[in-house]
Design a protein around this ligand. Structure first.
Ligand SMILES: [Zn+2]
Length: 468
């Protein structure tokens, strides 16, 4: 059996791995590569084999960097089934359409600026029309159901605790020799003890483990105390008359923030300032959350049973309309604006940043991992000037990072995860591949795991192939 790493290899975006045995090819994830604009098209259009030769795709979760290249994959000839959990597929439908829409809109905007400079127009990677054929291929599978999708290939989705519907993919493959091989792909691993979602599970009896390593070299802040930090920050910035701009993934981080803000609001601990979730996705996504109680932890299920809406409160407004979103640009009073995308690569957040980052009264609150070469990363690095829509803007606003909101396991949690998988595998674990992490994160975790577990640990480059 051959395993090729093609995306999220020594980087954190564009998750895509290819498994090959007995004439069948299976893709694990089909994520969108996000990064430098110059690389965006080339990296996303390029696949390790013709998409028509791939038999099926298994999705770990619905974040765009894990499923967002599907429309392009399908347009290039893939026509197999796309498997994911029920909630993943519900979210992916909505997110893919949104991703296409944002690409169309951003391209229009960029082209306006290019026209002024007499530069030729550019095309989006895919359009809304390209998304529709790929939705026909979706097959929903409940957590913990075993599904066999080709002779000698059976899969199972296990809780990953990262976002709604997120799963680890357990694959049982019959090799050409007739021997069975158990491979586990962790997808993105969440953190135990977070609100809303269940904790990540530890899969057992894996021979090959492909695991993420986003925070492989870094402990993040504990979950405890986070709500108080959020309260203090909102109060402080509101007192000085500023706005708080929060770039956040539409799914996951936005709900986490709203959930924490709603608890603070009910405790009477927040200043009475308006809170806007400026993303047309949010109403749909909240509905999807409510339709999937099977993904919640006990506390959130109980809360929902009492008909309490943890995703809404008096001072909170969800904004869908473009004109209302533009009106936020004129806001002079303190406010919290949560908008997508999470790494500031596209979407309405760009307009809010363009309008706010020059003023030291304001604050940009970063609550998620920012990949290299993204605007989000440049903001975290507090560069004196950043480019937005092709133009330079001075960054004078306060930049605050709250890593405790991370939906990713940190260094110690990743080490513990690998250790527990090995223990549960009872000596079967032969090798670990680290993906979805930058150089230092992967190298650090690899050397730790080699020493601590005594198994083969690889940190593959894009295009590396291994024989299992
Ligand atoms: Zn993710």
């Amino acid at each position: 059996m051959k395993l090729t790493f093609w995306g999220a290899a020594r980087t954190t975006t564009g998750s895509f791995h290819l498994l090959e045995t007995r004439g069948k090819r299976i893709a694990l994830d089909c994520g969108l590569f996000q990064g430098r604009r110059s690389e965006f098209f080339e990296r996303n259009r390029d696949f390790p084999c013709p998409p028509a030769d791939v038999h099926a795709t298994l999705l770990s979760h619905a974040h765009i960097d894990h499923c967002g290249n599907l429309p392009n994959f399908v347009a290039q000839g893939f026509e197999g089934n796309v498997f994911g959990t029920n909630a993943t597929m519900d979210l992916a439908r909505t997110l893919l359409l949104d991703s296409a829409y944002i690409q169309e809109k951003d391209t229009q905007f960029v082209n306006k600026i290019r026209a002024r400079k007499d530069e030729p127009p550019v095309n989006p990677l895919y359009t809304v029309e390209d998304v529709e054929p790929c939705l026909d291929l979706f097959v929903e599978i409940g957590y913990y159901r075993t599904f066999c999708f080709a002779e000698g290939f059976c899969g199972r989705f296990i809780e990953a605790g990262h976002i709604l519907g997120s799963a680890q993919v357990q694959l049982d493959v019959e090799q050409a020799s007739g021997a069975q091989h158990r491979l586990v792909f962790s997808g993105d691993i969440g953190r135990a003890g977070r609100d809303i979602l269940r904790d990540p599970e530890i899969p057992g009896e894996a021979q090959t483990l492909i695991m993420e390593c986003t925070y492989g070299n870094r402990p993040t802040e504990p979950i405890e105390g986070l709500r108080e930090e959020l309260r203090d920050l909102v109060t402080r910035v509101a007192d000085r008359g500023g706005k708080i701009i929060i770039p956040a993934f539409s799914v996951g981080r936005t709900q986490d923030l709203v959930y924490q803000l709603s608890l603070l609001f009910r405790e009477g601990a927040l200043p009475q300032i308006p809170i806007y979730v400026d993303s047309p996705l949010s109403a749909n996504v909240t509905e999807i959350f409510r339709n999937h109680p099977e993904c919640f932890d006990r506390e959130t299920r109980d809360l929902l049973r009492k008909e309490h809406n943890p995703f809404g409160f008096e001072t909170l407004t969800y904004i869908r309309d473009v004109e209302e979103s533009k009106a936020l640009n004129e806001l002079k009073e303190p406010a919290v604006i949560i908008s997508a995308s999470g790494m500031c690569e596209a979407g309405r957040i760009l307009h809010h940043l363009r309008n706010s980052i020059h003023d030291p009264k304001n604050c940009v609150l970063i609550v998620g991992f920012q990949a290299e070469h993204t605007l989000g990363r440049r903001i975290v690095e507090k560069r004196p000037k950043v480019r937005i829509f092709g133009e330079e803007h001075p960054l004078r606003a306060e930049v605050k990072v709250l890593n405790g909101f991370s939906a990713h396991a940190d260094r110690d949690e990743l080490r513990d995860y690998a250790f527990r998988v090995q223990t549960r595998s009872g000596g079967m674990l032969e090798r670990i591949f680290l993906v979805h992490g930058e150089k230092e994160a992967g190298e650090d975790l690899a050397s730790y795991l080699r020493e601590a577990l005594g198994v083969e640990v690889h940190f593959p480059e894009r295009g590396d192939t291994f024989e299992l």
